[in-house]
Write a protein that binds this ligand. Sequence first.
Ligand SMILES: [Mg+2]
Length: 181
Amino acid sequence: MPDTTKLVFFDMDGVLAEFDTEVYRMYGIEKPAEKRDHFFIETDVEKRWEVCEQGIEREGIEFWENLKPIYPMIDLFYECKQMEGIRPVILSSPGEWTYSYKGKLNWIKKHMDFVGDDWIFTRQKGFIADKGRILIDDWDKNIKNWNNFGGSGLIPDFIGYKTEFPTFSVEQIRRRIFGGC
Ligand SMILES: [Mg+2]
């Protein structure tokens, strides 16, 4: 019999872990509380990215393992885990960072120790997409790619930057996963 388990993939940076807050810290500014602008679309992108790159590499594994958890999304992950027929999986790109792989694994152990082997690190998230598979990700490029490969991508509404895709509240995402909308 075919496995009908619904797979729900959770991005890490910007979905389960507060990546932007730490990047703002590197710029020496506090992230505006009322607005969650994503640093990628701000002005002086190249200059900011350079500061960010150097800072992240300098802080090494600790940068990644010390990212603050985003609890509403972690709660949702736990809910999926407890639900029969649904399997949540962490899907994160380690990028080209020297320490991200080990740091991300440490983060998972620290905050989601039940997760076991349910994590995938790849820069090609789209290859994992398929009909019925959900991806929750803060980057519209990833969502576009995921949808192109036949999956269903959702951007949490707390991202706060403009995207060509609709954004969803945590409650709406919950209903998309469990049914009811
Ligand atoms: Mg992300």
